[in-house]
Design a protein. Structure first.
Length: 440
């Protein structure tokens, strides 16, 4: 199945121009309006202009990484349009003014208690740790928003060239409501989401839910071909499909980076990655976290703005093992590293010369190498750190560090801004070994 999926993606990417035109033609024949957008700004402008023309002020949104990628919510809010996320996880992070930490489960970094406290503060419910009560409260608020909305905005999982159909997968039913209740539906689709034939859906319907959440099938699969045809039909009166490039043609141009566009955003590589598991999604500092984020973010925003990301990997290959479309992420990471060091010969990223490393970073690594390749210094550094950490350890963990300690140890401040740190053990392995040997 993985081979089939990759073959479909490779075929599509080899003839992307043709399939996109076919998709656009068929979607328009079915009644949708197609818009082409070079970048995020153009997407926002198209949506805002159409909303203003229709005097639409309230929008409901379903989860879409493409809209996160272009910071659409910020643009809509700036234009005076009230935007409400309706996926439960996305809504939680919208209430908390945070960003997603996972591409499938955006609020995975939050505990039940944190969510309960947030709901108490933001929507005024009674304190509870009952999950049914929490989701019930969210449902009540969101149902009202659906009923009031002038327009709905969604992403797209796949666009079928043969029929002009878009397919969107979900579990909560909020996408069904977003795409069918308001009068206008905007569907934002990256140009790589097109697939040639309706029958190809079969492969991806089996692969995506299994890889994403371990389900055989998502609860809802919305197949949308054009807007509603008769007044008594369900669905919106207008369907606008926005085909967005935003750096994707640049990825397409190079034979190595092209495979990044085969990604179906299942999130399996994040779950398998030992680095992601330790540092969490926010540490990547980009909309797309994890292994696939480390690959596509530098290509989307320019390698000079994301030089750390291709190095945020141990190259263990766990991501390649699980990827349902067999993307060779370690090979892509190495390719991007070589572009950082040697300059971009391929032109697949924005830099033409090698990216200069910061002097402070060089110095820090030299000092680190000097100290930790000398036994006594290594052992002393552990003792000193153990002494200093006393000020920060609470209940066996180092929580958010700020003030003087964060200034003295900036990496600790940065690390604990998004997650706890584990303190250094009371005795190192060497100390235990020595103590045990003395007893014997
Ligand atoms: S790179 Fe592969 S595993 Fe990772 S999100 Fe994309 S399709 Fe899923």
């Amino acid at each position: 199945m993985r081979d089939q999926a990759r073959a479909i993606k490779d075929e599509t990417l080899a003839h992307l121009d043709r399939y996109l035109e076919q998709f656009a033609g068929n979607a328009e024949r079915a009644g949708a309006r197609i818009h082409w957008a070079r970048d995020g700004r153009e997407v926002s402008n198209i949506i805002i202009e159409l909303l203003h023309e229709r005097n639409a002020k309230r929008v409901v949104k379903s989860k879409s990484m493409a809209t996160e990628e272009i910071h659409l919510n910020d643009a809509l809010e700036e234009a005076g349009i009230e935007t409400v996320e309706t996926d439960l996880g996305e809504w939680i992070i919208q209430l908390a003014h945070e960003t997603p930490s996972h591409i499938v489960v955006p609020a995975i970094h939050k505990s039940k208690k944190q969510i309960a406290d947030l709901f108490v503060e933001k929507i005024g419910i009674e304190p509870t740790d009952d999950v049914d009560k929490l989701t019930g409260a969210a449902r009540r608020v969101l149902r009202q928003r659906f009923a009031e909305a002038d327009a709905g905005i969604s992403g797209v999982n796949f666009g079928v060239a043969e029929t002009g159909t878009i397919l969107i997968l979900e579990n909560e039913g909020n996408i069904r409501l977003t795409t069918s209740l308001p009068k206008i539906h905007f569907a934002l689709m990256g140009i790589e989401k097109v697939i040639p034939r309706f029958a190809d859906i079969d492969v991806f319907l089996k692969l995506l839910p299994r890889s994403g959440t371990g389900q055989q099938l998502t609860t809802y699969q919305s197949l949308i071909t054009g807007q509603k045809k008769r007044p008594e039909d369900e669905g919106p009166e207008e369907l606008h499909i926005i085909l967005m490039d935003n750096g994707r043609s640049r990825m397409l141009a190079h034979p190595v980076t092209r495979q990044s566009l085969a990604c179906i955003r299942c999130g399996a590589c994040l779950n398998a990655c030992p680095v992601y598991q330790q540092i969490g999604g926010h540490a990547y500092g980009s909309v797309y976290p994890g292994p696939i984020g480390a690959v596509i973010t530098p290509q989307l925003i320019g390698i000079s703005k994301a030089t750390q990301l291709p190095y945020a990997s141990s190259l263990c290959g766990a991501c390649r093992e699980v990827c349902p479309v067999k993307i060779d992420i370690p090979a892509l990471l190495l390719h991007l590293r070589s572009e950082i060091v040697e300059g971009s010969a391929s032109g697949s990223v924005d830099e033409q010369g090698p990216v200069k490393r910061k002097f402070s970073e060089h110095l820090a690594f030299r000092l680190y190498a000097f100290a930790w390749s000398r036994r006594r210094l290594y052992e002393w550094s552990a003792r000193i750190a153990r002494l200093f950490q006393r000020a920060a350890v609470r209940q066996g963990r180092i929580g958010k560090v700020s003030g003087l300690i964060a200034k003295l140890a900036p990496p600790l401040g940065a690390w604990t801004a998004g997650r706890d740190a584990r303190p250094i053990a009371p005795r190192t392995f060497r100390e235990q070994w020595r103590a045990d040997s003395e007893i014997k």
